[in-house]
Design a protein around this ligand. Sequence first.
Ligand code: FE2
Length: 131
Amino acid sequence: MFEWNSAMTTGVSDIDDQHRELIGKFNELVEAEAGGADREKIGGILDFLQYYAEWHFNHEEQIMDKYHCHVLEENKKAHDEYRIRFGELYEHWKNMTDSDTTVLHDTIVELARWIVHHTLTVDNQLHEYVK
Ligand SMILES: [Fe+2]
């Protein structure tokens, strides 16, 4: 479980709102997994995360482009890496049995760490351009 904090601010309120939404959904996934939720529930959260993250990444890249932010290319590359890693998780999850829970748990932790690290080191650099 983790929370959005002010060090993550990008200076653009709708981007910050989207980060809060993503973090909230990730926490929902952590809770669902810890509580032994069924595959339909977990699958619904994974679907949301996949589509919402895709929409959010595109939106964030457009905003960074608009402000001529110097980390735009780094951000695009990081988003691509996330897409690949999340895609691997999702495929793995779809193919695994209900008793194979370790991989899902470890990957959730990895992706949660990615989001925190990414928002604190890349996304938040937009802040200095938005005055
Ligand atoms: Fe980003």
